[in-house]
Design a protein. Structure first.
Length: 452
């Protein structure tokens, strides 16, 4: 079978030297896509950090913990539905009007509506702002990875895409740093409602949209497809052509498992750690605003630890897949994510657990997302690359919106008592088996040219 990729031996030898193949413009494209995705994930993580204190306040401050947890699950599901719908819309636009214009629109959308979330006065308008923010958040990934996949040389592609996905962990760490800062200010009495100030940081990425619009160029592959008057961004072709339909279903199943694992379980771990922190610091004599600020600060630190693990997890997949291929790397990652996530939910009990369990959980869960950045663009031709990638990643997310809802149902209706949240999280870890079940049907793309 013909390939334009290097042999395994050559690929392994050049893995550490991939960056030498990139020109200044290649680096600029990778940097812009990485920064755009970094700020996108910052907007996502600000929501995760602010969700519980925001809903606690918006529900009047006296709602039972299980009610707040259930509302948090519903708010997350609404956010993910907006994310999925916006991702599909912007994915099609990425193929039809171009990667650059679409990326500009997504950055503006998620920046504006993250900022506006600070104006919420009730649960319903809070959820509306999160839904609209999700529209922009969902569109960034597909156009960013399509742009990088089409611009950089083939042998450097997996590493460059891994770098883009690794930037997501940096965005999460920026959000965590914002959370820590706001927690310190709240603890000292300088501010109240720290969650509103966390959302205010969402305006930071807006100027990036101007840089994208002014400086980036559309990839030659996309310009060629448009000049040849090919039908760009066609859902009809995506779901009627047997090859692309098969790849779409496989990619959707892979993404569904990882997205539920992260957004239906992993990012709810903050709600698991919060009672541990409250108990620890209350025993030290903290109370009222000082206790709230201390907990907010440590939730931010917890996020930093988790996302430090995430960063290395993404890059671990990048190098693992260079040796094993895409399918074996996914198999290892699904098993590791399932076991480590279940272990963390079952065993975390004190402050010291956060220092090692949380980074390992982040490492295993985000390794999968390094795989999505590399693998999904390799499944589709230029005319469908943004549409197909977005379909897998975001329709997977639309289905995955049931994950937080399931967690809410398990917590409030199936399991009861102080350990209900733990039991629900462990049960949800079975979702990683969906990804494993899809792998036998997945095409191996390592060392093969992008399809056309």
């Amino acid at each position: 079978m013909r390939t334009d990729g290097p042999s395994t031996q050559t690929a392994n030898q050049t893995g550490a030297k991939w960056y030498r193949e990139l020109t200044g413009y290649h680096w600029f494209v990778v940097a812009v896509a990485s920064v755009g995705w970094m700020f996108d994930t910052m907007a996502q993580q600000l929501f995760n950090l602010a969700r519980k204190p925001a809903l606690t306040e918006l529900l009047g401050g006296r709602a039972p913990n299980e009610v707040v947890n259930a509302q948090g699950a519903y708010a997350t599901a609404i956010f993910m539905v907006g994310w999925a719908l916006g991702g599909v819309l912007f994915g099609v636009l990425g193929d039809r009007i171009g990667r650059v214009k679409t990326m500009t629109l997504t950055i503006l959308t998620y920046s504006v509506f993250t900022f506006i979330s600070l104006l919420a006065r009730g649960v319903w308008d809070f959820n509306l702002y999160r839904f609209l923010c999700g529209f922009g958040v969902g569109g960034q990934f597909a156009v960013g990875v399509a742009l990088v996949a089409e611009v950089v040389p083939a042998t450097a592609r997996p590493y460059a895409l891994g770098l883009v996905q690794a930037a997501s962990a940096i965005g999460n760490m920026i959000a965590a740093t914002v959370g820590i800062l706001m927690g310190v200010l709240e603890q000292g009495g300088s501010i109240t409602s720290a969650w509103r100030w966390e959302f205010a940081a969402g305006a930071i990425p807006a100027p990036l949209a101007l840089v994208v619009f002014k400086k980036l160029k559309e990839p030659d592959q996309w310009l060629k497809a448009r000049a040849e008057k090919k039908q760009l961004g066609s859902f009809k072709e995506l779901l009627s052509d047997e090859r692309w339909k098969h790849n779409s279903i496989v990619g959707l199943a892979l993404a569904f498992a990882g997205v539920v694992g992260l957004w239906g379980i992993g990012f709810f771990s903050y709600d698991l750690f919060r009672p541990v922190l409250q108990k620890t610091f209350a025993a030290e004599g903290f109370s009222g605003a000082a206790l709230n600020g201390k907990v907010t600060t440590w939730i931010g630190l917890t996020s930093l630890f988790q996302n430090l693990g995430c960063f290395f997890g993404v890059y671990a997949f990048t190098y693992l897949t260079n040796y094993t291929g895409r399918k074996k790397a996914f198999a290892v990652s699904f098993v590791a994510a399932m076991l480590m996530t279940a272990y963390t939910f079952w065993n975390v009990n004190n402050l010291t657990d956060i220092f090692w369990m949380v980074p390992l959980m982040g490492f295993t869960q985000l390794a999968l997302f390094g795989g999505y950045a590399i693998y999904l663009p390799e499944l589709f031709p230029t005319r469908l690359r943004s549409t197909g990638t977005s379909f897998c990643y975001n329709c997977g997310r639309l289905v995955a919106a049931a994950g937080p809802l399931s967690l809410g149902v398990l917590t409030s209706r199936v399991y009861h008592g102080p350990n209900a949240f733990r039991y629900a999280g462990v049960t949800m870890c079975l979702v990683f088996l969906v990804g494993l079940a899809a792998l036998p049907f997945a095409p191996e793309t390592k060392g093969k040219p992008l399809p056309e």
